[in-house]
Design a protein around this ligand. Sequence first.
Ligand code: PLP
Length: 383
Amino acid sequence: MTAADAATSELSPDRDDAATPESEVRLRETLAAVPAYVPGRPAPEVPGLRTYKVSSNENPYPPLPSVLEVIAASATTVNRYPDMAVTELTQALADFLGVPNDHISTGTGSSAVLTQLVTATCGPGDEVVYPWRSFELYPIVTALAGATSVQVPLTADQRHDLPAMAAAITDRTRLVIVCTPNNPTGPSVHADELEAFLAQVPPHVLVVIDEAYLEFVRDPATPDAIELYRNHSNIAVLRTFSKAYGLAGLRVGYAVAPSEVAAALRKCALPFGVSRIAEDAAVASLGLFAELDERVQALVTERDRVTTGLAEQGWRLPDTQANFVYFPVGEHCAELAEALREAGLVVRQYGTDGVRVTIGEEEANTRLLEVADRVRPRVQPGD
Ligand SMILES: *Cc1c(COP(=O)(O)O)cnc(C)c1O
């Protein structure tokens, strides 16, 4: 078993623990309702074939050499705690985005910032409204807070149903999450529909706009959430260095939120969570945005090659504005995922909803096209 396998499989005792007495410790009842996070599986081993992990929406490019140098220099200081206030990154983000620095709260990935957002707003019985299917962390962090998930089904074309989300808001709603582009389905929300939606949300309900894939968006109808944020007092914009910036392994993300909310997020943060290495790498990456953006554009060009190829093969798939494509193939999901696995591509299967494939290395994308062409008559029947 490789280290990656071990990390993604259920833990099992590596020695006989029969001698250990069974624990009677009382755990919170709400934990029973917390679904387990399913990480992307490691790449399969297929004899004679280079395999690819296209299951976690990671950036296939290694860190820029200049970022690696920063990381190496930072590593020499790890005997010290990092700066708890994450001052340099907070200021760099404030300058980059043109917002006051006390409107920014960083965390160990936007996953952690999202957890802080729920902790800061929700207690038992409170409701979190979000689209479904969407990012699998939403039900987990909601349940951990003892709050109640209100999942609003996506439309037939795998987009947010914003009118239905507005209608789902009750007196108990504390948080509404908008995921744009939506993971795992791909479309972004549009400015007009989001404005209309925001006009219906009471000002005491916080709207989280999760823009993990913002840099990959090319649909001109997509709004700039920071602009919306400037004109509303109940929006938190969630962003990450994990995807476009290629720093997933360093765990750093942030929210832009009203100063009162940002201060609450800092209270809910794990002290010293963002490491000095992560902070320095993130600051360096902001400064190298143009260089990193060339890589993002290369991935978008690859995405276009894949989506054009799939359309030519006859696939009818949801629009994608992110670094993945989604195949909503129902009962054929397992068959599609297995065919891709046999071709050396490990992908993410969502039960009988769909299969998500990250845009990765050029060869991985080409292999996706080959497999998709071969299996389409069986997997997308009826034409
Ligand atoms: C990947 C992802 C995140 C962020 O992940 P972190 O690595 O924790 O920053 C947030 N939201 C969505 C929708 C994602 O897909």
